[in-house]
Design a protein around this ligand. Structure first.
Ligand code: KG4
Ligand code: ZN
Length: 338
């Protein structure tokens, strides 16, 4: 089954064609990052307009690269939630028009389910159940993936997402948007024990976490140094910050593996590209004898292929939509009725 998959929830317009949920025929991306960098973050209206400009040509390019004609497409999938609403609407409207014109099923895909499904592309043998640490620009959660379309959220950030914090701290340090990857690179040569930063304490649900205290502590440290004219060691600060984020995430993942008895751990989302988090997850998994799944960096960030992968399983579960499909800025991963 060839699925044309559309992703436009933030600042990448992406169209992929994925066969049977596992085989990427093509994965085309038009990134707007350079444009938003001028403003230090995503400007929603510009994102929507750029999606409109790019999406049709990108779909054509995807067909050409895959060597398929329109009639060889079996369904159209699209990220319908969550994301910047104007941006998501562009993809949803395009996908509805395409499905209507082709007379093929329309498959709505939750963006975070897509991130998780990136693992199916990287690891053909991976099947649920498994646990997944989802860390993206907007979401941080530990998910029990019971089946392809059946999930349970074990814990989530109660405030900022890990990616937001990386980007905010990087921005204050003068790194260009989105600064997570630059901060990660800077951390490589740093001493993580130099600066003492807080780790969020377990609350009522020990799987839940908080990143706003860490973010504020890092920003205060930077501003205080500025005020008293103290020169910060930037690599050390980046390493200390990355360690604090990882120390907030990874022990909760370990607890989830231990308590569920599950022996498969996957990571997903843009922040899953972080070298410190990857290293710590790998070490923890080895300690516990768990199998670890970490998609390549290209599949961690937003892309269309991950939407096409999840779409296949949504289709098999009967989760298609009609022409009334709408877009949503926020929606739970749990998959309540549309
Ligand atoms: O999943 P994603 O592409 O978009 C959302 O769905 O939000 O994630 C983007 C986030 C940004 O915050 C970016 O700075 C962060 O992923 N990121 C990283 C790294 N690479 C990307 N954060 C930390 N370390 C990295 N190596
Ligand atoms: Zn994403």
């Amino acid at each position: 089954m060839n699925i044309l998959a559309v992703e436009s929830s933030c600042d990448e317009t992406a169209v992929a064609i994925v066969r049977d949920g596992r085989e990427v025929l093509t994965d085309c991306i038009a990134s707007q990052v350079d444009l938003h960098r001028l403003y230090g973050g995503v400007v929603p209206e510009i994102a929507s307009r750029k999606h409109i400009e790019a999406i049709y040509a990108l779909a054509d390019q995807a067909l050409t690269e895959a060597g398929l004609t329109r009639s060889q497409l079996d369904a159209v999938a699209v990220t319908y939630a969550p994301g910047l609403i104007g941006a998501v609407l562009v993809g949803v409207n395009f996908a509805k028009a395409a499905a209507y014109a082709l007379g093929k099923p329309l498959i709505p895909v939750h963006h975070i389910r897509g991130h998780i499904a990136a693992n199916y592309l990287a690891y053909p043998e991976l099947e649920p159940p498994f646990l997944c640490l989802v860390v993206s620009g907007g979401h941080t959660m530990i998910v029990n993936v019971k089946d392809y379309t059946e999930m349970e959220i074990l814990g989530t950030s109660l405030d900022d997402a890990a990616g937001e914090c990386f980007d905010k701290v990087a921005r204050v340090l003068g790194m260009p948007y989105p600064g997570g990857a630059a901060l990660d690179r800077m951390a490589a040569s740093g001493d993580e024990t130099h600066y003492s930063l807080p780790r969020s304490k377990p609350g009522e649900n020990p799987y839940n976490m908080s990143f706003s205290g860490l973010k504020t502590a890092a920003l205060n440290l930077i501003h205080h140094a500025e005020q008293i004219g103290e020169e910060l060691n930037i690599p050390d600060l980046c390493a200390s910050f990355s360690a604090a984020v990882s120390d907030t995430l990874v022990p909760r993942v370990v607890m989830a593996l231990e308590e569920t008895g599950c022996r498969k751990i996957a990571v997903a989302g843009g922040v899953a590209a972080n070298s410190r988090i990857r290293r710590d997850i790998l070490a923890a998994a080895q300690r516990l004898g768990a199998q670890v799944y970490m998609p390549p960096l290209t599949l961690c960030g937003d892309n269309g292929a991950m939407i096409g992968a999840q779409a296949y399983y949504e289709y098999l579960a009967g989760n298609t939509a009609d022409m009334h499909l709408n877009a949503y800025a926020t929606k739970s991963i749990l998959g309540e009725a549309l």
